[in-house]
Design a protein around this ligand. Structure first.
Ligand SMILES: [Zn+2]
Length: 296
């Protein structure tokens, strides 16, 4: 199945009130677990890549992204390959080069006019290549455990609904990340979600709305944000921390001189189980009724 854009993959999410899981992947085994979960559940999925360094080699990421794009093109469900938190025009251009069908330009820390300017510039380039663009207005902060951590707790600033509408009009972005009280990384205290802000924004806009910083929210929170109009939910920290735990306990129980296969399997299996769980929480609709349609 071909790679699809962000608008395409969230096409039914707004009218049918569900969200598509967007998972940041760093290595092939983890990525395979995420993809297999979506394939087995027959749901669309957004595979995200970002800037975190895992292997200190300049050729690792170009090679991994090429591998990932190729694997996603052969998936049995629709996949959107998305750059998360593109810090610049240049970073977004590089993502297009490796086959992304969607990019995020994050100008949320910039003054409004500069955020609009860089977002418009990226959109002009991306749309010329048939690629969609997610932008951010308001700022989703970072907890100290975030892969985007700034070293101190950095709190969210709620998105103003009228600014969201103005920003979407000024930029013509394809999807919008909104700040409704979540923050990147693991929470020390339970976040306070502002669902009224979300509902106001949903009323004003007909493009997909994106939730960042969702690690640590539970089933009930997800149910509320999906009902409130969120259509793409980014997950990273929750999955990678759980995966590390499972890989570590597997390693500790491994007899001496054993091959590493069970540790690699724990990587795959945790990504698989956790992705499935989140897809269920996000109420993602299947692309086909299960086994009721003649497929070939
Ligand atoms: Zn984010």
């Amino acid at each position: 199945m071909a790679l699809v854009t962000l608008r395409e993959i969230t096409k039914y999410a707004i009218p049918e009130k569900y969200a598509v899981a967007a998972v940041t992947v760093f290595d092939p085994m983890f990525a395979e677990g995420v993809l297999c979960a979506a394939e087995d559940m027959r749901t669309p999925i957004i595979m995200m890549f970002g800037n975190t360094k895992v292997v200190n080699r300049p050729d690792y990421y170009p090679n991994f992204y090429n591998y990932l794009a190729n694997r996603c093109r052969h998936s049995s469900v629709p996949v959107c390959l998305h750059l998360d938190h593109g810090p610049s025009y240049e970073a977004c251009a590089c993502a297009l080069r490796v086959g992304a069908t969607s990019v995020m330009i994050d100008g949320s820390m910039l003054p409004y006019e500069e955020n609009v300017a860089v977002t418009r510039k990226v959109i002009e380039m991306a749309h010329a290549c048939g690629v969609d663009v997610e932008a951010e207005i308001g700022h989703v902060g970072a907890n100290t455990t975030s892969h985007e951590a700034l070293g101190t707790d950095d709190h969210s600033i709620y998105t103003e609904p009228f600014m969201a509408q103005k920003f979407a009009e000024d930029t013509d972005c394809d999807a919008l990340a909104v700040a409704i009280g979540t923050a990147h990384g693991l929470y020390k205290e339970r976040p306070v979600l502002n669902l009224d802000v979300l509902k106001e924004i949903r009323k004003e806009l007909d493009i997909p709305l994106v939730l960042h910083g969702a690690s640590g929210l539970g089933e009930e929170d997800f149910s509320k944000v999906v009902e409130g109009g969120i259509n793409k939910i980014n997950i990273c920290t929750a999955l990678v921390v759980k995966t590390a735990k499972n890989m570590l306990s597997t390693a500790q129980n491994l007899p001496e001189n054993s091959p590493h296969f069970p540790i690699a399997a724990a990587n795959f299996q945790t990504a698989y189980e956790e992705t499935k769980k989140h897809i269920r929480w996000f109420k993602t609709k299947q692309i086909l009724p299960p086994m009721t349609e003649k497929r070939y």
